[in-house]
Design a protein around this ligand. Structure first.
Ligand code: NPW
Ligand code: ADP
Ligand code: K
Length: 546
């Protein structure tokens, strides 16, 4: 079976265990009402560990197969990946470490497959009082020439740096932090310098909740998960455990997946393709809306320029950009397609223009936090009747003056990075899971859409449903990328045939995709925000209806 090429990859950002918190599932049962999400955004649901186990069982029933059959599919997929992607040599030492449950059962079947194919497998079992039925079945299938040795805590296996370790200790059945021999073995694996491939989950990592700070968790180079990603893979704090993650299809039942209610999605190109209306033959600039952008201050005019250019490249009909007087020439020269309204103040924006002509309004990039500008934001929040996109210093002003948050028109779209989000809610997050709860509470309180930017930017809809973006790359971690996103989102919010949710999802996807399309021309290091602007057009074209 071949690897699913849809899989995204995690950057190897510094990651590590952080402080523990209340499990996300427990917290999320409070304010959130898992609802059917936007029609059709369902290709990659993020299931809880319990839902994943239920899906395995439901697949077994629906397809009239045994749990062993499903395990064999999983083991075949892992074996093929190891052979095709890791390009194992026959003399590479492969250590398969198995726990007592079905994750261990997967490992036993992988070890058997590799042994039969002629590879140098050593099989290690964690001592346990009980084993799952499928584990025991797999153990009986082992050929006599493949001995399974029990791990001796006083003599842990010697793992050479060039070896491959297949971590099949624990998967979705992890019920508590690892201790004793399991924890010792995990720490031993982490120190060995071998290539570590985790089956389904890095052992010790929970699928959907944080574990205590000092827990033993496998630090995998690769995590091979089945069919659907897990929430844990998308959070920066777990990057050092998960490594590059890949999804291997094992034929889990699509009907059951469709009927499983979730409140978290991993949004793929497949979900969004065709959602951007094609430009009609007889369209004119009025068809695509007139956007107003309030941006820039002395020394930060680049933000206004990038957001304006991005808005234009994202197909807005017209854009007018309000800038301080100092920015007038700069904007007119660098974005000749835009109209420019200069403020009477030289260095900051001090007056709100007449709002009647506009279909959507963006505010924030390079704005500064002058008192006059705060007053402009206040007036905007109280008078605007069209969609708002709020970014950067406009968010910082909302954080510094929380009373303004009560004025946010419903369905506004806020675009903070984690630090801006912290200022907005006025409290640091304990960890990435807690931050998601803060995000859900914020959108619930304000009836707005809000994202938190990052490698997997997450969008929260007012009902608390979370949508993780799947595009983008670390080259985009560069000044101005966020300004480009604001301009792009503004254009899509000005589009009269897009819902607020579709505009946000399309914008996030196209932004990351534009960064991905720029990459072959620039490399990660040389990628600039203006390169993202250049590829917005092609990125949006991929999402356009026929
Ligand atoms: N279902 C299917 O058909 C398919 C499932 N698949 C595979 O199954 C995996 C899930 O298997 P699973 O449910 O058996 O759980 P698993 O992760 O092996 O661990 C459970 C065992 O560990 C124990 N245990 C838990 N925490 C512990 C701790 N901290 N320290 C020590 N022990 C601990 C726990 O014992 P208990 O909690 O009862 O004490 C129990 O014995 C999944 O990730 C995928 O790889 C695939 O083959 C596809 C088909
Ligand atoms: N490692 C990464 N992978 C994918 N996208 C990234 C990564 N780092 C940053 N980005 C994207 O780049 C943008 C950065 O935004 P922001 O932090 O506001 O930058 P700035 O304030 O400089 O404009 C966000 O859209 C974010 O999702
Ligand atoms: K594992």
């Amino acid at each position: 079976m071949k690897m699913d090429r849809r899989a995204a990859q995690v950057t190897n950002a510094p990651g590590g265990p952080e402080v523990s918190g209340e499990p996300l599932e427990a917290l999320s049962s409070r304010p959130v009402h898992p609802s059917e999400p936007a029609e059709g955004i369902e290709k990659m649901k993020l299931l809880s560990a319990a839902q994943t186990r239920a899906l395995d069982q439901a697949t077994i029933q629906a397809q009239h197969i045994t749990s062993t059959d499903l395990m064999e599919r999983a083991a075949d997929a892992v074996t093929s990946w190891l052979l095709d992607e890791l390009l194992l040599d026959y003399d590479t030492a492969i250590h398969v470490c198995c726990g007592p449950g079905n994750n261990g059962g997967d490992g036993l079947a992988v070890a058997r497959n590799l042994h039969r194919a002629g590879y140098a497998v050593q099989l290690w079992l964690l001592p346990a009082a009980r084993h799952s039925a499928d584990f025991s079945h797999q153990q009986q299938q082992l050929p006599a020439e493949l001995p399974a040795r029990e791990i001796d805590p006083n003599k842990l296996p010697a793992l050479a740096a060039g070896a491959v370790v297949v971590d099949a200790l624990f998967g979705t059945g992890l019920s508590r932090p690892l201790a004793g021999v399991a924890a010792a073995l995990v720490r031993h694996i982490n120190e060995a310098g071998a290539t570590v491939v985790a089956v389904d989950m890095p052992s010790g990592l929970l699928a959907d909740a944080p574990q205590p700070a000092d827990s033993a968790v496998v630090r995998a180079n690769y995590t091979l998960s089945f069919e659907l990603p897990k929430l844990a893979f998308l959070l920066p704090q777990n990057a050092g455990f998960v490594g590059d993650w890949q999804l291997l299809p094992i034929g889990l039942d699509p009907e059951v997946i469709r009927n499983t209610p979730v409140d978290k999605h991993f949004v793929t190109a497949e979900d969004l393709r065709g959602r951007l209306p094609k430009r009609p033959k007889f369209s004119h600039k009025g068809t695509f809306g007139h956007a107003l952008l309030l941006a820039g201050s002395k020394g930060k005019m680049g933000a206004a320029v990038l957001a304006t250019q991005a808005c234009l490249r994202a197909g807005v009909g017209l854009i007018t950009t309000r800038v301080p007087a100092v920015g007038y020439d700069i904007l007119q020269i660098s974005a000749p397609e835009a109209m420019c309204l200069a403020d009477s103040a030289s260095d900051h924006i001090s007056e709100l223009p007449e709002l009647t002509p506009y279909a959507a309004i963006g505010i924030g990039p390079g704005l500064g936090q002058h008192d006059d500008t705060r007053e402009v934001l206040h007036q905007l929040l109280t008078t605007a009747t069209v969609p708002l996109v709020i970014d950067a210093d406009a968010l910082n002003l909302l954080g510094a003056h929380p009373e303004l948050q009560k004025l946010l028109p419903p369905d506004s779209l806020l675009t903070p990075h984690p630090k801006e989000f912290e200022r907005l809610v006025g409290e640091p997050a304990r960890d990435d899971y807690h931050r998601l709860e803060q995000l859900r509470a914020f959108v619930g309180r304000t009836s707005c859409y809000c994202i938190i930017k990052g490698a997997y930017t997450v969008l929260a809809a007012p009902d608390g449903t979370l949508y993780f973006n799947s595009t983008g790359n670390p080259g985009m971690a560069t000044g101005g990328s966020g300004d480009v996103l604001t301009g792009l989102l503004l254009a899509l919010r000005a589009h009269k045939n897009l819902s607020p949710l579709d505009a946000a999802l399309l914008g996030l996807h196209a932004h990351g995709r534009a960064g991905d399309l720029a990459l072959p021309h620039t490399g990660h290091t040389g990628l600039l925000a203006s390169d993202i602007v250049r590829f917005i057009g092609p990125a949006l074209e991929e999402l356009m209806s026929e």
